[in-house]
Write a protein that binds this ligand. Sequence first.
Ligand code: TRP
Length: 336
Amino acid sequence: MKKTILTGIRPTGNLHIGHYFGACKRWVEYQDEYDCYFEIADVQALTDNFDNPLKVRNNVFELVIDLLSIGIDPKKATIFLQSAVPEIAELTVYYSNLVTMSRLYRNPTVKTEIAQKKALFGNDGESVTYGFVGYPVSQAADITAFMGELIPVGEDQLPLIEQCREIVRKFNNIYGTTLKEPEAILGKNPRIKGLDGSLKMGKSLGNAIYLADSPSVIKEKVMGAITDPDKIRKDDKANPDKCMVYYYHQLFSGKDLNTINKECQEGLRGCVACKMQLVDNICNYLEPIRKRREYYLAHMDLVKEIIMEGNKKARLKAKDTLKKVKHAMKIDYFEQ
Ligand code: TRP
């Protein structure tokens, strides 16, 4: 029996190379070895964007196309929408009795996000909603609905996985062993830095290269990337470790890396030429992804079919779990 992998992603923007190298590239590799469920977490995205539903809606198809373009194969893995599986919402209600408010407020991920909101809106947190504070419960439902065993996530998500494990243990203790305790799998790759050198690549930071970017956009972005500020002239010696262009060469320029490093340190390569080489390598790397993206964009009916098929498969599995949960909770009145 293959183990079950479940992970989710919020549809709030297109995939960038930070997502790709940090997480999604691994997902493609998992498809052959595991029974994989990839959830487009639109309901969770609404906890933050309930007043901007179009932002979520408009990103759902984009994100599915991104996933298909990087090589997620609907014949091997299940891509589905959270909102299309109402069993997840139902499980969330049942689990909500098993989590105290203070435990939710102490959840480090929730805590950090609330602090960010306070800083952003400058209030005392009155705008923090019930749905937002409770999203770890909903995420536990995402995971357990599919009996997810291995959960590939970034480090920031570990407290949510821990919270899910607690819910599972409590459920099993009270109602009898029904659910599986999931385990996080952390990626080996550190977070990919942004074009401006900041620690995080993100849409709101305007420092991302998207998988969907055209060669001309990639060129423009790379040309603006930060290089060693002490290198002024073409033949000045420089420190590649202070240069974002070299940082990305490490991701895209494999076999040429040693030469690039040496030439940079010895003052044998100008930054413009070095950037042009990076542009070429990124464009070549992303070309097959972009091609597939164009194909799917021209075949939206197929994309819709893939999602509907995924929803159906996901729902079947979630229904099975819900049946077991209701049985354990003694609310399966009409089942034998
Ligand atoms: N909270 C995750 C994020 O923001 C997305 C997510 C939703 C998720 N449901 C999940 C991750 C279930 C792992 C398992 O990145």
